[in-house]
Design a protein around this ligand. Structure first.
Ligand code: FAD
Length: 538
């Protein structure tokens, strides 16, 4: 073996140079440094059978964002005298092969708490340890180490935001210099027989046949993320007074929140650096406080990461001890109408179009469509909506997506199932003219404003003039919100009562019985209603 230290920096998330402790460690006292990204064909290769363009795991917008982030990382590495080595294959097998072939004695990568990475990392670490390769896996994706918080809490994750904050206190690095500039990196060593690629284009990956009439305005990469952060910070008043859930979900030319989530997801932006920048703005000015402040949003992120790590089966209803067991329906017909923006409610459909085209929607827009699909109107299982978001969001994040779906479906964290978002009046409050709807659903662009949120109420003459006949050019409503939401409340009430009676230990059999009872009651109520109507018309 050649003398000196041979380090491999394995990029997965943390696609950045700034505040990247794994990269700093890998470059320190190394004779050669191999910066590697492995393209997993299962994540990137086209899947023509999927419901939207993209691979079997990710929609096209997120794949594009990732490729842009990799190109940006490659050019930053080149400026430092290095480059990104792109390999293709099974990530664990590929990394193990590189460790062997390049005689690596130090492997560095950012710690990742997602189940996918936990099992991947276990395999790679086990090989490294048997081969005498030093591993360095710092926690730098989140503000805190979620494992430490769970330990502090006696081995269980805190289940409320307030208890999380109390345990977390201040991050240890709060006033340290995180962003130590790297002026150069060690050279890349000989790559032997390993096949190295440039960062591929979408077309090179085989994604050539998709045509979108409107692309996402959000470009991937650390440079873009830092630029966006700089823009956000330049409006110090806005940062200091930020309060969520205030803010207009229908604002799309200039979104009402930072849209830094995709950059945080891929680690193009360090959440710790973002935190320090917000704190700098807060110095000496009056500012909002958690949970509603901008800093408070980052704490929500860490809260969900911690609960997700400490909760077995966090991404499922079954076997998840913090999740209420609810007899959701499995209706694919309703799911597809929601997913394909065909519910007949323009506010809901416009949001679903924005999600598909842009891969990002405002937080309250996420609330509206998630509530509508689950406990608000359609009573479809939250896991199905979660899967759609997981595919289409650029910022799709395992802990945050599951955590928020649990929240919105009143399965965990939040239990006021009587509070339902109206698919008509909620959006109207922010955007009475329906500009958001007109943009994302151009079929309704000429609908007069008094009908834009409820086009089925428009007289036929108005529909004809607007060139939009309901039931022909735009779908009829899949459900009537008034009766559907009443029905959902009743079902949630009965499901909650069952969970309480059985102390959460609800079996599959109990759920099947409850589902049957609810259906029988529904049919009896329908029959009574029908006979009353008939009597009245006699
Ligand atoms: P800002 O308001 O500017 O907040 C700054 C950052 O704080 C965000 O980028 C994000 O990292 C964090 N943050 C903000 N709100 C939350 C929250 N409620 N929970 C956790 N972290 C938060 N966010 C994701 O990043 N990925 C997801 O897959 C995801 N899925 C969601 C699914 C549903 C059903 C809902 C209701 C919310 C989901 N969110 C998710 C949370 C939130 O909607 C987004 O983080 C936020 O809208 C992103 O926009 P922003 O960057 O402008 O947020």
């Amino acid at each position: 073996m050649a003398s000196g230290s041979y380090s491999l920096m394995w990029f997965r998330k943390a696609l950045r140079i700034h505040d990247n402790p794994a990269l700093e460690h890998a470059s320190r006292a190394s004779s050669f440094l191999y910066p590697v990204f492995v393209i997993d064909p299962r994540y990137m290769d086209p899947d023509p059978g999927a419901f939207s363009p993209g691979s079997s795991r990710a929609g096209i917008n997120r794949i594009r964002f990732l490729l842009e982030s990799l190109s940006d990382l490659d050019s930053s590495l080149k400026k430092l005298g290095s480059r990104l080595l792109v390999l293709k294959g099974d990530p664990d097998q590929t990394i193990i092969r590189c460790l062997k072939e390049w005689n690596i004695n130090r492997l560095c990568f950012e710690y990742d708490s997602e189940p996918y990475y936990q099992s991947l990392d276990e395999k790679v670490k086990s090989f490294a340890s048997s081969a005498g390769v030093e591993t360095f896996c710092p926690v730098s994706h989140t503000l805190f180490n979620p494992l430490e918080i769970i330990k502090k809490n006696g081995g269980r994750p805190p289940l409320t935001y307030q208890s999380f904050i109390k345990l977390a206190e201040k991050p240890s690095w709060e006033s340290s210099e995180l962003n130590i500039p790297i002026s150069s990196l060690p050279p890349v060593g000989d790559v032997g027989s390993c096949k190295i690629f440039d960062v591929p284009t979408l077309r090179e990956l085989g994604h050539s046949d998709f045509e979108l009439d409107e692309n996402t305005p959000f470009q991937g990469g650390e440079s873009e993320g830092l630029k966006r952060l700089k823009d956000v910070l330049s409006n110090q008043d806005w940062v200091a007074n930020f309060e969520k859930p205030k803010g207009d979900p229908s604002a799309f030319h200039k979104p009402a929140t930072t849209v830094l989530s995709p950059y945080l997801k891929f680690g193009c932006l360090s959440s710790r650096y973002f935190y320090q920048c917000i704190n700098d703005v807060y110095k000496d000015v009056k500012h909002s406080v958690p949970p509603v402040s901008l800093l408070g949003q980052l704490l929500w992120r860490d809260f969900f990461y911690t609960v997700a790590l400490g909760t077995p089966n966090f991404d499922k209803m079954k076997g998840n001890r913090i999740c209420k067991q609810i007899p959701w329906n499995e209706s694919d017909e309703l799911l597809v109408a929601w997913r394909e923006a065909r519910t007949g409610y323009p506010w809901i459909d416009a949001i679903m179009v924005q999600l598909r085209k842009w891969g990002w929607i405002h937080h309250l827009a996420r609330h509206c469509v998630a509530c509508f699909l689950t406990r608000g109107d359609l009573f479809v299982h939250w896991e199905k909506g979660r899967d759609v978001f997981e595919r289409l969001l650029i910022d799709s994040d395992w802990a945050l997506n599951n955590g928020n779906w649990l929240w919105l479906s009143c399965s965990s964290f939040f239990y006021q199932y009587n509070r339902i978002y109206s698919p008509v009046s909620f959006g109207k409050k922010y955007d009475p003219n329906g500009n958001y709807i007109r943009h994302f659903l151009p079929v309704l662009k000429d609908m007069p404003k008094e009908y834009i949120y409820e086009p089925w109420t428009a007289p036929l003459g108005v529909q004809t003039k607007a060139k939009c006949i309901i039931g022909k050019d735009y779908p009829k409503r899949v459900v009537c919100h008034d009766s559907a939401s009443k029905d959902c409340r009743r079902k949630m009430g009965e499901a909650y009562a069952l969970n309480q009676r059985l102390h959460g230990l609800v079996s599959e059999h109990d759920l099947t019985n409850l589902r049957r009872n609810l259906e029988e009651k529904y049919q009896t109520a329908e029959m009574n209603c029908r006979s009353k109507r008939q009597k009245r018309s006699c």
